[in-house]
Design a protein. Structure first.
Lengths: 343, 600, 272
């Protein structure tokens, strides 16, 4: 991401500087441009994988037994009889206008389909964030403050072991624990009622949320722990201690703010990974979100749906990284002054 | 400047009393032991020692702190009547900063990058004088900032540490230390990272502040010249023990302990050219110290009796030394004064540079600089950090990324990039880097590194291994280093390997970029001695340095650079004794001769 | 590197755990009592004589399928990690050494690819272009290459500005020597650590892929597939799911521990 930043400051800032905008806006504009560029590149990849590469996408969608006439109709429908570049541009143009096409399977407009599911996935991810962030910060700091104690060593080993378990296995394990074998508290399958907010049916949210949280926590906790240890071992903390600053102030106002900065980048990485993990977890729990929709679409070769969801996810990752970079710059005085902004 | 209320000296004096301080590693090995001394208010004590002497450990131990892996095993530290080592954590924290303050060596890392200056200063005062009202707090902060020579306006207080220069950062640390008006300030080599002129000004500030605030100070350093300028009394530390303690005048005119004498003989001084004498061997680290006198293994006066640890005995007024050999104590420091051979008659220069310009990004850092080096001559390129001397040297060597110059080597024009030069030219001009810890590939044995030189620079030679052996002998390294990796060698040894690598190419010109700055005093002497020998053998040397003592002892001619421009040029005697340019005069003035006390 | 490496508990644990999984995966087929498709017992039958892990959802022997089902995951994980290492290292070194436009293009491409959650990328390609094992390996390694590229690039840049590399330039050493003998050896250790993490991650992705049904086709045995096939009977016969999960965890955990051990044992000897 640092590279995209340098790239855009070379071209974004020069462009925007002409307009004399404040350094913040210049930087932000530059990054948005870079992000848009990345999403555009991804759209080419997605388009390529779904429409350009397969030798006969229409045949692929309908299957080998479908009659030739239906294949031809679909081809014309998808615009496959035109040159590839033109196909891409038409597709991109429609996309930008908000026309995501219609599902090949159900003929429902993709936008409608996606909207319903997106809300569910967003709720799930928001819940995960709400759980993971305070937990990682708290546990990471606590472990750092008690480093090398018996508990710390056991905890770190446990986290290493936890990280090695694939997320779908975690999901199944939780189902076994809380739904089927050990306790019978929570539903094994998330049968959310469409139209109602997932938060009003919390029982269905708990297990998928827990699975994703458990998948993301080990890396994040260890990251916060090591960032905190590094801050506590630093020269400026030693200097503060030698000035007689109380240990409490040292931890909260001297060390912790410095540990937050690497933690933010780690959080962005974890979120991006979780976006991918949601797919499998939603399948495990039959949670009606974007992930399971994508899975179904892939199975049915429902190209417009696939394209829309994948692009959405990619745009999401780009936004997350942008947010993380923004936050990092906001929190690091050195970077703020480097931008030329008010420190 | 208003002198704030002085701490009553009539209070439990002395300001500092250390009795038999003993710090060890967790496994029991001694770091420092038997440390006892006293200090009065307003006095400055210089604590001199090289790396491994334990001086930094001693400095923090005075605040009751030791780094992880060490413990305070015994002794007492009494500051203005308060027992430091005996109290609990809570009281100790109250005393730190208020009674005794510590100034760190590297200001860049000692300041929290996220805290504004005003906040840091305010925090200290709130911590130690909570009853102070906001108005008085502001007043005190403004006062101390003025006293250290920093601005005290709102804009400055809102700055972050990275927005200050190195000198300003160090001044801020001083302000932080003096703000609560402690009785004792411990300064751990605070000027090591600074320029000579900045250093001189900061030392001046420290002296003034101690006087007006009535604080006692301990200045830890490896640099005898600095101690000479600042301290009233000096203690020399070796292998964790005090080996000599004296008023500053006595130490420099009549050094007693062989180690002190060795140090003085190892430092090249600006007053008169000398051949620095290295002290053979190296200092033992904690755990490797033998019973008896720790210095015996390296001492030329050692005898049977040195197997028993000598006590720190009084040998003169206020002058104590720990040596059991009267002959050793009585002899003078054996400084080898030399007369540099007269400048060779003017000959066609080996290297001539004209109109050298260089940029660092958008900024120009060299403005039409020029120099010339005759065969066998040593030219010193002198300047402070930011003067462009390293950029200039790198440009000549062929590493200049953004630069232009007309460089003539012999009769041919030299390209700016080393890769575009002829193999012959590359071979004959060699470059030694400042940092010996990064100049060798950590993953290759020394033999491999040297063999690569033979393979790529001198293809076709048959007696490669023999040449390697010869060159190692020349730099006084044993053949066993061939099988070592750089991490197993000391800084001085690594620098010698770098020189050996250069010598293997049979160069005519050696460009040395501050090659002794990263090393201890006694090790520096060995490198300088080696370079002086090479010079006597006819090698031309372009020597980049900020140390005028080295210039006096090695250079035939001197070039002074300031902000990328040549401000003065001439023979060494001329420039150092009758500097013309005001900048040169300041430089020379800020590097006093430590032999000033001694009649020649 | 071997200095002190084996003395670390992480190294030994790592070798042990991954060793068990590897043994089961590689040597397993020799010891499987039954074939992958043989129906030998009751559907979801519990452990019995000759079938210590019970039977799966079609009555096949779990132990046999376990021993037969590791091969595909393991060879594909190693291949994709190794290919990514090779391609990423070459590209990263090139980007670092060449600089300028080459560097910018490569880095930007890496950033774009990185914006894609790995699993989705692989899933997409595999689902639409067919489930040829080499296609899976190639796509998975494609997902890893940007990470390796960025790592190698930043390491190489760090090393390239060290004085001993400048010394090699000054001495006029040929470019290939500078890249291969001066820069590369100093970049190796962090790379090895990253390889361990990649392996562990690859196993997770690949087993996830077969869990979703895009790996080897039934009735072949595959750890990921087994987990999905038998999860309906989790209550009755947990072993059919737990056994393959355990194998995957052992492998991933072992790889991670080995990577950590490599990092620790070299922490001191890299640079002073």
């Amino acid at each position: 991401m640092a590279l995209t930043w340098t790239l855009t400051s070379a071209f974004g800032t020069r462009f925007l500087a002409l307009h004399g905008l404040a350094p913040w806006l210049r930087w932000l504009g530059g990054r948005l441009l870079a992000g848009a560029g990345a999403v555009a590149a991804i759209s080419i990849i997605v388009f390529g994988a779904t429409q350009a590469l397969p030798s006969d996408p229409a045949r692929m969608v309908l299957g080998p037994e479908a009659p030739e006439s239906s294949v031809l109709t679909l081809q014309r429908q998808l615009g496959l009889d035109r040159p590839v570049a033109e196909q891409y541009l038409r597709w991109a143009a429609r996309l930008v206008q908000g026309d995501l096409g219609s599902s090949l399977d159900s003929h429902v407009p993709v936008l409608q389909l996606v909207q319903a599911r997106a809300g569910n996935s967003a709720s799930l991810l928001a819940g995960v964030l709400a759980v993971v962030v305070p937990l990682a910060l708290g546990a990471g700091c606590w472990l750092a403050l008690h480093r090398d104690s018996w508990f710390d060593r056991k905890a770190v080993s446990a986290l290493i072991a936890l990280k090695a378990i694939p997320n779908f296995a975690l999901g199944i394990g939780l189902v076994m624990l809380f739904s089927t074998t050990v306790f019978r508290l929570l539903p094994a399958v998330s049968l959310l009622e469409p139209g109602r907010s997932p938060w009003s049916q919390p029982a269905f949210l708990i297990l998928p949320l827990a699975t994703l949280a458990l998948a993301g926590l080990p890396y994040l906790i260890r990251l916060v722990r090591s960032a905190m240890i590094e801050a506590l071992d630093s020269e400026y903390v030693l200097a503060a201690r030698l000035r007689g600053v109380t240990e409490r102030r040292v931890v909260w106002t001297h060390a912790l703010p410095n540990a937050l900065i690497p933690a933010i980048q780690g959080l962005a990485l974890t979120l991006s990974v979780l976006l991918g993990g949601t797919l499998i977890v939603e399948v495990v729990f039959t949670y009606p979100g974007l992930g399971s929709a994508l899975n179904a679409a892939i199975e049915m070769r429902d190209i417009p749906v696939i394209q829309a969801i994948v692009l959405l996810v990619a745009a999401g990752v780009v936004l997350i990284n942008l947010g993380a970079d923004l936050l990092t710059v906001l929190l690091t005085p050195k970077l703020r002054t480097a931008l030329g902004a008010q420190p | 400047m208003n002198a704030p209320a002085k701490l009553p000296q009539l209070l439990a004096s002395p300001a500092l009393a250390v009795t038999d301080l003993h710090v060890t590693l967790d496994n029991g090995a001694d770091i420092v032991s038997g440390i006892s001394f006293e200090l009065e208010a307003g006095q400055v004590l210089g604590l001199v020692g090289e790396s491994g002497s334990g001086k930094t450990t001693l400095a923090t131990a005075l605040l009751g702190h030791v780094r992880k892996g060490a413990r305070i095993a015994g002794g007492a530290v009494n500051i203005a009547g308060h027992n430091i080592l005996g109290t609990d954590e809570k009281t100790l924290r109250g005393l730190r900063g208020k009674l005794v303050a510590h100034v760190a060596q590297d200001p860049a890392t000692a300041l929290n990058p996220l805290h504004r200056l005003g906040r840091v200063l305010g925090e200290t005062l709130t911590q130690h004088e909570p009853s102070l009202e906001a108005a008085s707090r502001r007043q005190r902060i403004a006062q101390v900032l003025q006293d250290v020579g920093l601005p005290s306006d709102e804009e400055f207080l809102r700055r972050f540490p990275h927005q200050l220069s190195g000198g300003q950062q160090q001044r801020l640390l001083l302000a932080l230390a003096f703000l609560p008006r402690p009785a004792l300030i411990v300064l751990d080599e605070p000027t090591t990272a600074l320029d000579v002129t900045t250093q001189a000004r900061i030392l001046d500030t420290i002296r003034r502040l101690c006087e007006s605030y009535g604080a006692a100070a301990i200045y830890v350093s490896h640099d005898l010249a600095v101690v000479y300028q600042l301290a009233n009394r000096v203690i020399v530390l070796y292998a964790g023990r005090m080996v000599e303690s004296a008023p500053v005048a006595s130490l420099f005119t009549r050094p007693a302990h062989p180690y002190t004498k060795g140090l003085l003989a190892a430092i090249p001084d600006i007053g008169k050219a000398s051949a620095p004498r290295p002290i053979p061997g190296h200092a033992p680290g904690p755990g490797a110290r033998s019973a008896g006198c720790a210095f015996a293994a390296r001492c030329e006066w050692r005898a049977e009796s040195c197997g028993v640890e000598p006590a720190l005995d009084e040998i003169g007024a206020g002058h104590r030394a720990a040596c059991g050999r009267p002959e050793a104590l009585a002899s003078g420091a054996s400084i080898r004064f030399i007369d540099l051979p007269p400048a060779p008659p003017a000959r066609a220069p080996l290297l001539e540079v004209r109109n050298a310009r260089a940029w660092y990004g958008e900024r120009q850092v060299l403005f039409d600089a020029g120099l010339s080096v005759a065969p066998g001559e040593c030219l010193a390129l002198v300047g402070e950090s930011g003067s462009g001397k390293t950029t200039f040297a790198r440009l000549v060597a062929g590493l200049g990324a953004q630069g232009q110059a007309d460089i003539r080597y012999g009769s041919a024009l030299l390209d700016l990039q080393a890769r575009s030069r002829s193999a012959e030219q590359r071979r004959e001009i060699q470059y030694i880097f400042q940092n010996p810890y990064r100049a060798l590939n950590p993953r290759q044995t020394i033999r491999a590194t040297l063999r690569h030189v033979l393979r790529h620079v001198l293809p076709g030679v048959r007696d490669g291994d023999q040449r390697i052996a010869q060159v190692l002998a020349k730099v006084a390294l044993p053949s066993r280093v061939l099988d070592s990796y750089p991490a197993e060698l000391s800084g001085g040894e690594r620098q010698r390997v770098a020189i050996a690598r250069a010598l293997l190419c049979e160069p005519k010109l050696l460009i040395c970029d501050e090659v002794t700055s990263a090393l201890d005093v006694s090790v520096q002497a060995a490198i300088i001695e080696l370079l002086q020998q090479l010079q006597a053998d006819g090698l031309a040397i372009l020597f980049v340095t900020h140390n005028l003592g080295v210039v006096r002892s090695m250079a035939d001619r001197v070039l002074v650079l300031r902000h990328g421009r040549v401000v003065e040029e001439g023979s060494t005697d001329q420039v150092l004794e009758q500097p013309q340019h005001p900048y040169t005069r300041t430089l020379v003035g800020d590097s006093p001769s430590i032999r000033a006390f001694q009649p020649y | 590197m071997s200095r002190g490496f084996l003395r670390q508990p992480q190294a030994r644990a790592g070798l042990l755990l991954s060793g068990i999984a590897l043994l089961a995966a590689l040597a397993g087929p020799l010891f499987a009592p039954h074939g992958a498709a043989d129906f030998v017992g009751a559907v979801y039958g519990g452990p019995a004589q000759g079938a210590p892990l019970g039977y799966d959802y079609l009555g096949r022997d779990v132990l046999s399928r376990l021993l037969l089902g590791g091969w595909s995951v393991v060879w594909m994980a190693f291949s994709s990690a190794f290919l990514a290492l090779l391609a990423g290292t070459v590209l990263g070194l090139v980007a670092a050494y060449a600089g300028g436009r080459t560097d910018r293009t490569l880095s930007w491409s890496a950033d774009v690819l990185l914006a894609f959650p790995n699993l989705i990328l692989v899933l997409l390609v595999v689902a639409l272009l067919g489930r040829d094992p080499w296609l899976i390996v190639l796509t998975a390694s494609l997902a890893f290459v940007p990470g390796v590229l960025r790592l190698v690039r930043s390491l190489a840049l760090g090393v390239a500005e060290q004085e001993f590399v400048e010394a090699a330039e000054l001495l006029g050493y040929p470019r290939w020597h500078v890249l291969l003998r001066e820069i590369l050896p100093n970049v190796l250790t962090p790379l090895l650590v990253h390889f361990g993490s990649m392996l562990s991650w690859a196993v997770t992705i690949l087993s996830g892929l077969s869990f979703l049904g895009y790996g080897v086709a039934p009735p072949a045995a595959d750890w990921g597939l087994m987990i999905n096939e038998n999860r309906a009977g989790l209550q009755a016969q947990p072993l059919a799911v737990l056994a393959p999960v355990l194998m995957i965890v052992l492998f991933a955990l072992g790889a991670n521990l080995l990577a950590e051990a490599v990092a620790r044992s070299n922490a001191g000897t890299e640079q002073r």
